[in-house]
Design a protein around this ligand. Structure first.
Ligand SMILES: NC(=O)c1ccc[n+]([C@@H]2O[C@H](COP(=O)([O-])OP(=O)(O)OC[C@H]3O[C@@H](n4cnc5c(N)ncnc54)[C@H](O)[C@@H]3O)[C@@H](O)[C@H]2O)c1
Ligand SMILES: O=C(O)[C@@H]1CCCCN1
Length: 316
């Protein structure tokens, strides 16, 4: 008989998803993805339905990993102009791979926030100078927060610079981060001498110029996930060594890649698998558009733990 699916809230996801465990899982998953058929990951490029009338988009992201035997689909709405609601709202549908039954509906906003920061942390682990002290966040929303938390797993920053479209949002984030945070008045000021730069804005035209970036810096380029959206100017993409999460997806979805005509040197999974070099002494860009496999692996950890200890969560 069909069972009603469990519902797992964002609050529960945050309690269940251990960042270190997820980092290991996503690192393995990105490596498996880049092995092609041998890695057992099935993940088509996501389907995006533009809702032009309301300036929004709907993404549908199915994925399967045979290694963990995990099957899930994320449905993600991204509405850059939302003000009172989050700009990203998502749900992950977790299915039983043996028979197709729906096991759970998991809040996907929290999963998207956490797993994207962790995917960038995996790239940063391989591509940033191990002696990185200055972090810059361009954008001060959900992803800025999750990236700060994820990157703290790897580095202790002396300074965290923040620039955002509205100074008030940068100030709010700076207050949460504490005394290492510094609100900046321009992108140029924010990135001067920065070791690691994270672009997590909703910019649609380039905000980051090559001449402002310290040679040898590492950039996690996380926004601009549509073919006509940009965050990095063309010369920065062309002069840097560009890594990506998925070559197939970035070649179809990333305006920074498509419109600059840059070469993608490697998928981060190829570095993890030892097939391509981690050229961390050079200026590196990790172009992330987001992958279903990251959602699948996050959902698997959440669901398995929920089934073990879920009923006790509410008391914690
Ligand atoms: N690669 C991935 O896997 C992935 C996953 C989720 C989100 N994203 C992308 O990351 C970006 C940030 O997402 P979020 O959830 O943090 O959004 P958010 O709405 O919570 O925050 C966006 C922030 O960017 C700032 N901003 C907007 N336009 C700007 C500009 N031109 N210059 C500087 N700052 C600007 C806003 O003021 C806000 O602080 C979006 O582009 C989103 O699509 C990527
Ligand atoms: O991978 C994701 O979840 C997001 C969805 C919205 C657009 C950017 N990438």
């Amino acid at each position: 008989m069909l069972q009603a699916p469990k519902y797992i809230s964002g609050e529960e996801v945050e309690k269940l998803l251990d960042l270190k465990e997820l980092l290991t899982s996503i690192e393995t998953g990105l490596g498996n993805y880049s092995k092609g058929k041998d890695g057992g990951v099935v993940q088509p490029v996501r389907l995006v339905v533009p809702i032009e009338k309301h300036h929004g988009n709907l993404g549908v992201m199915p994925g399967y990993s045979s290694f963990e035997d995990a099957l899930a689909t994320k449905v993600v709405a991204f509405y850059p102009e939302n003000k009172d609601l989050p700009t990203h709202q998502a749900w992950v549908l977790m299915q039983d791979p043996t028979n197709g039954s729906l096991n759970a509906i998991i809040d996907g906003g929290s999963i998207t926030a956490i797993r994207t920061g962790i995917a960038s942390a995996v790239a940063t682990k391989h591509l940033a100078n191990p002696n990185s002290h200055i972090l810059t966040l361009l954008g001060a929303g959900v992803q800025a927060r999750s990236h700060f938390k994820a990157l703290l797993l790897l580095h202790k920053f002396d300074e965290v610079r923040i620039f955002s479209r509205t100074r008030a949002s940068a100030q709010k984030l700076a207050k949460e981060i504490g005394k290492t945070a510094k609100v900046c008045s321009s992108v140029e000021e924010a990135v001067e001498d920065a070791d690691i730069i994270v672009t997590v804005s909703f910019a649609t035209t380039p905000i980051l110029k090559a001449e402002w970036v310290k040679p040898g810096a590492h950039i996690n380029a996380v926004g601009a996930c549509r073919p006509d959206w940009r965050e990095l100017e063309s010369s920065l993409m062309q002069q840097s060594v560009v890594y990506c999460d998925s070559r197939e997806a970035c070649s179809q979805e990333s305006g920074d890649v498509i419109l600059s005509g840059c070469d993608i040197y490697a998928e981060i999974g190829e570095v993890i698998n030892g097939e391509k070099l981690a050229l961390w002494e050079k200026t590196t860009v990790f172009k992330s558009v987001g992958m279903a496999i990251e959602d699948v692996l996050s959902a698997k950890i959440v669901f398995d733990k929920y089934m073990r200890i879920g009923s006790t969560l509410a008391e914690k």
